[in-house]
Design a protein around this ligand. Structure first.
Ligand code: ATP
Length: 258
């Protein structure tokens, strides 16, 4: 579904990503791990089209992603949840979810001002989609709750819910459990599995929490200094000495895989 081919990104002499290649298959959970500064967020910023590589290709469903502007990327079916929850704190859960549709709505300001019937219809459809998403997330009773009254774990769910609002195929999750307690982490890891299994999304995750990565991932790519140093299923990654040295700590510290 998503392919990086020899992608290189540089910032004023610093190579943030160096000839990186990987393939994210449709319907899978694919994780990118690596130490701080390895280049993981830069990968997401290339996919979102905030950054443009100096060389290499990025394809999404067979299309050249580099031809698109950031708002077109969303229309192509790629949605992103950010490292820090970026919701409208004083707005309700329902209204925050509705903002997830904003980039895909194609209405001009005059038809909105004149309150054309087509606008009423798309409003109704948007609210219906938000209700569907809240049902999937099991947070329907929170629809009218202001987001800043919710515990952090629920705010993250709303953030992910917003990414589910449009016609999304690939969801990018940037450190979805950063700052969460174990109960919240468990809830989000269950949600990530449901995104794949019950809702049919493909998920690309950046995460430092190894228990989550090992639990949810179909495939893991490991980056260090902008390069891919390993790739495989979680069990292979957990045993790979190069990965252990670069990232996971001493060999003796790594728990055996069940
Ligand atoms: N806009 C930018 N301008 C200059 N340097 C940048 C920019 N974005 C990223 N970098 C640099 O590129 C390198 C990779 O950064 P990136 O944020 O992708 O790493 P990361 O693996 O996501 O790290 P972390 O786990 O700490 O979030 C770092 O050295 C970073 O300082």
């Amino acid at each position: 579904m998503l392919t990086f081919k020899n992608v290189t990104v540089q910032f004023a002499g610093l190579t943030a990503i160096n000839k990186l290649s990987f393939d994210v298959p449709a319907g899978k959970i694919f994780s990118i791990i690596g130490p701080n500064g390895a280049g993981k967020t830069t990968v997401f910023n290339c996919i979102s089209r905030f950054y443009t590589p100096v060389s290499g290709e990025i394809e999404f469903n067979g299309k050249n992603l580099l031809q698109f502007k950031p708002h077109h990327v969303i229309k192509e079916g790629i949605a992103r949840s950010f490292q820090n929850v970026e919701l409208f704190a004083n707005m309700t859960v329902l209204d925050n979810l509705l903002t997830g549709l904003h980039p895909t709505l194609n209405k001009n300001i005059f038809s909105i001002a004149l309150n054309f019937p087509a606008i009423k219809k798309s409003e109704r459809e948007a609210v219906a989609r938000a209700n569907e998403v809240m049902e999937l997330l099991d947070i329907k009773e929170l629809a009218d709750e202001k987001v800043n009254n919710l515990p952090f774990g629920y705010q993250k769910m709303v953030d992910i819910g917003r990414a589910m609002m449009s016609d999304t195929k690939l969801i990018l999750l940037d450190e979805p459990v950063a700052g969460m307690n174990p109960v919240e982490t468990e809830k989000i890891s269950d949600l990530i599995l449901r995104l794949r299994d019950e809702m049919g999304f493909t998920v690309l995750v950046i995460e430092h929490d190894m228990s989550l990565v090992m639990k949810v991932s179909d495939y893991v790519t490991v980056m260090n200094f902008g390069q891919k140093i390993a790739e495989g299923v979680p069990q292979e990654i957990q045993r790979n000495p190069v990965v252990i040295e670069a990232y996971l700590g001493e060999v003796d510290d790594v728990a055996p895989v069940n």
